[in-house]
Structures are given as C-alpha cells and as structure tokens.
Design a protein around this ligand. Structure first.
Ligand SMILES: [Mn+2]
Length: 324
C-alpha cells in the first residue's frame, strides 16, 4: 500500500487566510489562487532551526485585521483599495493549502516538500502566494516553477541576497537571488529597494553585476518613482515576485530582523503591485522575513494583509482567471 505523504497541514486555529477555504489535498486542487505557508528556512546556526520568521504564516492568518471581524468582511465587502469586492464578484476560487510540513530529523525535508507542493500548485494552473518563513523559502518555490518558458524574477528587498553560501549552507536566506540566477529559465532579475548593509560584500556585488542583474537602489527608486521603475521592466512574459518585508520601510513593516531606513512606502508597494500584474503573467509571489517578535501594534501584519489583498484583487481585475 502506498501511503500518500502529507505535504501540507492545516494551519493552527484552522482558519484559512482571509477566511478562504482550506484544502491540504494538493492532488484535488480546483482553485485559481493558492495560498501556501512555508514556515522553515535552512539555518546558519543550530539555534536558528526554528527562527522567529517561522511563526509568521500562522500569525498572519490569525492576526490580520480581517481575523478580528466575526464575518469575512475582506472577502465580501467593498474594498476601497480595489474599487469593489476583492474578487470583483467574478468566479475566482481562492484556497489556503495550509503550511508545508516539516521533518525535525531532517531540516531539508521541508524544502523538498515545499518544492513538491509548489510544483503541484503550479501544475494545477493556480497562482501561488507563499507566506514565509525567512528568505530561504523562495529557493524551493522557484525551483518548482514551470521550466518550459522563461521567467523574470523581481525582488523587493533592502538586501541583495547574492551570497553563494553562509557557513557552508547554500540554500539559506542570504542566497535566494544567487540560487535563482543559476536556474536556466530565469532570464532577468530586477532587485528593487536596495540600501544599507546586509550579507553582501563587494564580491557579491560583482557577481550580481556580472550576471546582469538590474539593481535599483531605494534612493534611485524614490528619485525616479515607481512608474519609471516599472517602465524599466520589459512588458509581457512571466514573472515571479519575492518580497522581503525589510524591502518596505520600517514604518510600514517594522517586524523584521534588519530594519533599514529609506524603504518602499505603502503607496509605492501598492503602485508596484498593481503595475506589475498588468505587465504580463505573475506566476507567484512570496512574502518573507516577517519576524513577529519585533511587531509594533500589528502594523506589519495589517500591511502584509493589505499587500496580498491588493495583489489578489489586481490579478482578478487584470483578467488572470477568465476563460479558465
Ligand atoms: Mn532578503
């Protein structure tokens, strides 16, 4: 008898993101949009096995503004960010696939399952919204992207994340863009919001420039505006977006390990999200690096929820799910 392995499990509290239904049976997916919690990265030190960021997927479901209301307002009511209800009264199905399961005896199992889960979701044709976890988690997710056509990667982050390894670990949170650059179907990389000091040294800067990554510092972005940033990204084709919470200004998302002044404002990230979904087909987005211990009055989670609501509403209004 073949026992089907459980790739994901029901989130704590049993509530799907925004109250959307939960489906952890990834072989029976019938959804246009799938939400997936990916709690665990790969640590650089033993005491980081279960880090602060691993609490974020459940806390976002539990602490988002919507969870405070007895009725699922966000799904049903008029949303001023979108000019109507989030799904625009269209037949768009959103499911929460729960959190990728972990194996505490083998930390790498979590990545293998994350990749397998993401593969099933992409193969079902659904748009994937992944909630981290630290910035290692896009590594298995991006490996699961359908490889038949090229993908443009867009990263919102204060940091470059181009390290080949840290303490010998190649798939940790300092390396997602380096690993992406090695994927044959990733054709272009745009990195937006860079500022301050991170894991990157001059050699990582050189590697990024040699690859041809488009590095747009936060200060350049503020100078030219989001519209000009979007114009630099070629129209058409397929996109994958990875959002590090520290790409946002610390006044917008304070719950991060490396708060860095000068990041994207709420208005800028919103303008970016609405603009990018119209340029081509976004296959997936992840939001990573929320460290709940540093949260200030729920402000990070409220912005995280709004960011994902704007993203969902924008894809619906860009006719992503028509004729399906
Ligand atoms: Mn990052």
């Amino acid at each position: 008898m073949v026992v089907e392995e459980k790739l994901t499990e029901t989130p704590r509290g049993g509530r799907g993101f925004l109250g959307f239904p939960i489906n952890t049976d990834l072989d029976s997916l019938d959804a246009h949009i799938a939400v997936l919690g990916v709690p665990y990265g790969l640590p650089y030190t033993p005491d980081d096995l279960s880090n602060d960021q691993s609490r974020a997927p459940d806390l976002l479901r539990e602490k988002a503004q919507d969870a405070g209301w007895s009725e699922p307002r966000t799904i049903k009511h008029f949303d001023w960010d979108l000019g109507g209800p989030i799904l625009d009264n269209r037949d768009v199905r959103v499911v929460d696939c729960g959190n990728v399961t972990a194996d505490f005896q083998n930390p790498r199992e979590h990545y293998r399952r994350a990749e397998a889960a993401a593969k099933k979701i992409f193969q079902s044709g659904a748009l994937l919204i992944s909630i981290g976890g630290d910035h290692g988690i896009p590594i298995p997710i991006m490996r699961a992207l359908p490889a038949d056509e090229s993908v443009t990667l867009i990263q919102i982050d204060a940091h470059m994340d181009w390290r080949d390894n840290v303490n010998g670990e190649k798939d940790g949170y300092s390396s997602p863009i380096r690993r992406a650059s090695e994927l044959p179907f990733v054709k272009d990389i745009f990195q937006i919001g860079l500022r301050g000091v991170g894991s990157g040294r001059e050699e990582e800067m050189e590697a990024a420039l040699n690859y041809g990554a488009h590095l747009i510092s936060a200060y350049e972005m503020h100078e030219i505006g989001i519209e000009a940033v979007l114009k630099r990204i070629p129209d058409g084709g397929r996109f994958y977006i990875t959002v590090d919470a520290d790409g946002m200004d610390p006044t917008v998302m304070p719950a991060v390990n490396a708060p860095t002044p000068g990041g994207l404002t709420w208005l800028q990230i919103r303008e970016f999200v609405h603009g990018i979904v119209k340029k081509g087909r976004v296959l997936g987005i992840d939001l990573v690096e929320i460290s709940p211990s540093f949260e200030k009055g729920n402000i990070t989670f409220v912005h995280a929820e709004r960011l994902l609501c704007n993203f969902i509403g924008a894809t619906v209004r860009a006719d992503y799910f028509e004729d399906e």
